[in-house]
Design a binder for this molecule. Structure first.
Ligand SMILES: [Zn+2]
Length: 182
């Protein structure tokens, strides 16, 4: 038993780093979005990188959009999850370039949204130059998350959170949320 442990302890630094990195990645991948808990930060495309630099874990996240109130919570949750996994000195870096787009939401994430009755975003608009703040509702081709009908109407461009719009199905009357394209 002791011999096995010693053998393991004397493993090369590279192996140890690789194991630590796997553990850190797994821990970071467990963190979910506070506003959409069915999505992990990986599903959301917010978690960009997990590395080990100078013996401490460095994670890089890209905020979904500036001023998103969930961002501070995500950061704290990430730090706490890594601390619980044995990385008390983990660092969370914020990368703003390239800017996050809803296109980064993974296929798993889109399925998880649908499973929770939330309509996933369509393709994000292509921005050339500065992004204009649009106050007019965007026209979207959506289907009802309950019955699949395309006969849906926008009830509010701003749902319970700024990143979601509210729709209602004209056929089955189901109200549902839609994650906006940005
Ligand atoms: Zn419907």
């Amino acid at each position: 038993m002791t011999a096995t442990l010693e053998t393991r302890m004397s493993a090369t630094q590279n192996t140890t780093d690789a194991e630590a990195l796997d553990r850190a990645r797994a821990a970071a991948a467990r963190v979910t979005d506070p506003e959409m808990p069915m999505l992990t930060l990986v599903d959301l495309g917010v978690l960009r990188d997990v590395t080990i630099e100078d013996d401490h874990v460095v994670t890089t996240i890209t905020p979904t959009y500036s001023g998103c109130p969930a961002m501070a919570t995500m950061r704290d949750d990430l730090q706490r999850e890594l601390q619980d996994a044995g990385f008390p000195d983990a660092e969370v870096r914020v990368s703003l370039t390239p800017a996050w787009t809803s296109d980064w939401i993974t296929e798993e994430g889109r399925q998880a949204l649908k499973g929770a009755g939330i309509s996933p975003p369509g393709q994000a608009p292509r921005h050339t130059g500065p992004v204009a703040l649009t106050l007019m509702p965007t026209k979207r081709a959506l289907v009802c998350t309950l019955c699949g009908s395309a006969n849906v109407k926008l009830s509010s461009e701003f749902g319970p959170t700024a990143c979601k719009a509210m729709y209602q199905c004209d056929d089955c009357l189901e109200p549902f949320e839609h994650v906006k394209e940005i």
